[in-house]
Design a protein around this ligand. Sequence first.
Ligand code: ZN
Length: 288
Amino acid sequence: MSTPADPRTTWDLPAPGAMPRTADLEPLVTRVLAPNPSPMTLDGTNTYLVGGPGSGQAVLVDPGPDDPAHLAAVEAALAARDARCVAVLVTHHHGDHAEAALPWGARFGAQVAAADVRVAGPDGRVLEPGVRLALAATMLDVVPTPGHTADHLAFRLESGAVLVGDHVLGRGTSVVTHPEGDVLAYLDSLRRVHDLGPSALYCGHGPELTEDPGAVLDFYLAHRAFRESQLLAAMVRGARTVDELVADVYAEVPREVWPAAAQSTRATLAKLAAEGHVVVEGDRVRLP
Ligand SMILES: [Zn+2]
């Protein structure tokens, strides 16, 4: 199996670090980039404001880190839209998306909504998959997208764009965490978003993907299958531990993301073990 081609390599996307701090993506959506870049968060966390133009209201999706400079940028973006925040939605519980949810929800007097009650808080709303939210003079469909984490949600907008959190990233590929994540669920979630026929993917990190979102989802599916074949090939070559597999399969990847690669590897091994292709005993792996 050859390396799947990433369709984005031929797209005109901003270089890493070159995304504008605030950008109007379409009449419904403004993006505010948080100042928390890292190998795992890419350019930083993307916070989205969603609301009907002229409605005076906006929903905040993935407020991100509870950082004063980020809060100031979000409040400036709300002011530019002449809107107040009427709800805070969160795609999943990771702190780079959820940390500011409760403090900013309290500041704005806005309810927090998420799949996990720990994120939504005692006065929040626990979102059920498939629910349609009527907020800020627009509609948002709650799309279950477990895989990266168990509680992951995406939000489909009236325009056809989908806010995908960490399910799909603007650059590179996402991580299926372990033990919380689930590769089979992740693959189902990729197909579910593909079936929506999104007009754009607004990612939790990295640039928005507008040119051919379906091609990116196809690439993500092919990339996962390729990683499985790489792990099996590395085992045939003699890798017998998770660390040896990571060193073999992720040799080209910066070492600072190897801990995340190890999580994805463990998650993929769990799938392969469930299918009877490998045997996993703690850190040791072997072919049946
Ligand atoms: Zn995450």
